[in-house]
Write a protein that binds this ligand. Sequence first.
Ligand code: AMP
Ligand code: MG
Length: 460
Amino acid sequence: MKSSLKFKDLGSDFFAHVDTQKLENTSLIHINESLMQDLSLKSNDNELLGICSGEKPLAEESPISTVYAGHQFGYFVPQLGDGRSCLIGEIDGLELSLKGAGTSPFSRGADGRAVLRSSIREYLCSIAMQGLNIPTTRALAIVNSSTQVYREHVESAAIVTRVAESHIRFGHFEYFASQDQNENVKKIADFVIKHHMTELEQGDYLGLFKRAIELTAIMIARWQAQGFSHGVMNTDNMSILGLTIDYGPFSFMETYDPAFICNHSDTQGRYSFERQPSVALWNLQRLAGALKSLIQEEQLKDALSSYEKILVKEYSYLMRSKFGLILQDDGDNALINNFLELLYNNKKDYHRSMRELSNQKKNLLGDDFKSWFKDYKKRINKEQDLNQSLVLMKQFNPKYILRNYLAEVAIRKAEDLGDYEEIDVLFRLLERPFDSHNGYDSYDSEPPDWANNLELSCSS
Ligand code: AMP
Ligand code: MG
């Protein structure tokens, strides 16, 4: 069942061995039971705490931190790397990575830690994304501790155990390409093909690039359809397998606004919600640049031209499903866009409005929507089976979203009271966000007034 960590086969140019650094008074505050099962992990809580706090090695494996580069807010940084995370082993083809277990040679003077607040956010968002069918790294457990770390104020240090088929980023390719280490670019490309794109023939680098484009386009389409904003779409935060990775100041858009910026430090709005599709393309262009020694320029360009088509196709399928539209009709795009415009003009909550649509009541969203509803009724009545449309809508419009205020309540209870119950409540709702959960109706509410000024910014 347990195999050795394949990433090590790449050799010492790709990583450094690290020792995890102990946290004081650690405890497991939540465990993802279904992921435990997927990994066939039968460890008792004590063993699991040992593994997830970095104190007990997984299958005798020694931890490593990997090196990568990346374009951060448009500027190339020649060396980044896992500054606070390390791979501790692999189970059934899935890598386990600890985030916050101490410094590495890539910490660049920072403390190698993650605070409880951001660990809870990452943990909950990982399950929320999975529940929404958006490709993502997963999270196995959160470990809290009494070790203090210094951010804007003193906070407790925690560790999230991340799990993914691979944690390789665009930035891994950029690192070696920028140093003219073309042999190593080839090596990591061969590695990705051999282990993660097994449908490709060895040496099919163009195939690798096309696959990365496709996976990225699908991930972004799903972000856009479900109102997810990542906040820090630097190329070091872009997974070669199109997984959402590195949760920081992310946020689900609540009041519908295409120009929504979730990251308080992103003063220019480089990573605003509506820019995500074009930023991902820009990032893929940087990846293309890093693959120049393996693929001809014309072929790279040609491959990039497929990005928009794939994205639009997936996005349109998702949006049509959210509106219950199965048949094709010429006016469909206009109908959808008119609704979004009404949401924007009336400052409506995106998720609640979409979910309410499936109730089909004329006056649900107020007078401003009356004439739109008339058109919509006409259109939806053309469908062969209205019930089928309504079922579809409930499968694509979540009832539960990881709203910032919900996460904040769970964080405050954890920080102030050592009460982790709310994390569990949210975890279970978000794991199945399309179902109605008895007794948890209020969890689909819009933010209360106190939550108006919650601010999120970069790494914490
Ligand atoms: P991010 O954009 O949050 O993914 O982080 C950018 C880079 O900073 C990555 O290379 C991280 O490993 C590194 N980093 C962020 N926070 C810390 C920290 N507290 N200690 C060490 N490295 C960090
Ligand atoms: Mg990162």
